[in-house]
Design a protein around this ligand. Structure first.
Ligand code: AMP
Ligand code: TRP
Length: 336
């Protein structure tokens, strides 16, 4: 039996993923490779919707790929590639630009949030049409499943609307993709501000455990996590957010239920808990860091993995694009 297609994308916007990205998303992507024919795309063209430093961008694209591979993404059974290596993404995005209405695109809340920050005069047109490029990323691969965080639900709805409109007007080309909203099995909070989600954009460095942090740095960050003064190890996110977050992290990296951990820590102090959480996090994260560093030490090998991924991706993407062009009445270019 063939496995259903899956596609998801990640922005290469940071030099290191953090523990929240790993436990909340990446780990699930790795698991979904078993049951799906998975396509994972590093969306560099989405990243440039806001200004990027060119050197940093190139480094972040490779580092993002390296961290995914290091975390268990299997480049033989799955397809890992860079968006700009598959020109069909840009070409289908233009076509979908001509299908999407200005009104529906204007209703995307992520654009409203992002453009408000810098003022709409400073927001690029690319930021406005970002969700349409995302729709192209998805529809080219005819995926059944698109695993994303809750914040991407609206972009998935737009994608489905565009697919349906295209199919109604020009005949069925696109499969309807389904959003698989990743339940945050492990929602990880900032170590310094444990009522806020761990997030690159919000937190101070001390509150965020990066996958590429050295062991000593991880240990220090976890040991200086904000807790409370009553000294009891209990899982009560409302009244004890700091301790509860540590228990949540511990449970996610050790696969032990929180209740079992709480039981075994009766009468034990926060110092011991932090030490054990640090050890468990390091045991999970340091092999990923080491493998990432290895991959980054040989970028020509890494680039060749990504080129192979792009060649595989182009086979599927180009076929869909041809079907779209035919349906629209564009004359095929037989050189392609
Ligand atoms: P972002 O880089 O914030 O767009 O997040 C990428 C993915 O990581 C999304 O699917 C999020 O659900 C997940 N994620 C980000 N931050 C956290 C967090 N603090 N806890 C759990 N999951 C997270
Ligand atoms: N917009 C997504 C995010 O910020 C990234 C993305 C781009 C994506 N293209 C995609 C996600 C296609 C899923 C499918 O997380």
């Amino acid at each position: 039996m063939t496995k259903p297609n899956l596609l998801s994308g990640m922005q290469p916007s940071a030099s290191s993923l953090h523990l929240g990205n790993y436990l909340g998303a990446l780990r699930q992507w790795v698991a979904m490779q078993q049951t799906h024919s998975a396509h994972y795309v590093i969306v560099d063209l989405h990243a440039i919707t806001v200004a990027q430093d060119p050197k940093m961008l190139a480094e972040n694209i490779r580092k993002t790929a390296a961290q995914y591979i290091a975390a268990g993404l299997d480049v033989d059974s799955s397809t890992l590639f860079i968006q700009s290596h598959v020109p069909a993404h840009s070409e289908l995005a233009w076509i979908l630009n001509c299908i999407a209405s200005f009104g529906e695109t204007s209703r995307m809340t992520q654009f409203k949030d992002k453009s408000q920050k810098g003022g709409s005069d400073n927001a690029s047109v690319g930021l406005f049409t970002y969700p349409i490029l995302q729709a192209a990323d998805i529809l080219l691969y005819q995926p059944k499943a698109v695993p994303v965080g809750e914040d991407q639900r609206q972009h998935l709805e737009l994608t489905r609307n565009l697919a349906e409109r295209f199919n109604n007007r020009y005949g069925k080309v696109f499969e309807m993709p389904e959003a698989v909203i990743l339940k945050e099995t492990a929602k990880i909070y900032d170590l310094q501000n444990p009522t806020a989600k761990m997030s690159k954009s919000a937190g101070e460095p001390k509150g965020i455990v990066n996958l590429l942090d050295e062991d000593s740095v991880i240990s220090k960050k976890i040991k200086s996590a904000v807790t409370d003064t009553d000294g009891e190890i209990k899982f009560e996110p409302e009244s004890k957010p700091g301790v509860s977050n540590l228990l949540g992290i511990y449970s996610a990296v050790s696969d032990k239920p929180i209740s079992v951990l709480v039981e075994s820590y009766q009468g034990v102090g926060y110092g011991q808990l932090k030490q054990d959480v640090a050890d468990a996090v390091i045991a999970t994260v340091s092999p990923i860091r080491e493998k990432t560093n290895e991959l980054m030490n040989d970028t020509s090998h890494l680039d060749s993995i990504l080129e192979k991924g792009a060649a595989k991706a182009r086979e599927t993407a180009d076929k869909t694009l041809r079907d779209v062009q035919n349906a629209l009445g564009l004359i095929p270019n037989r050189n392609n």
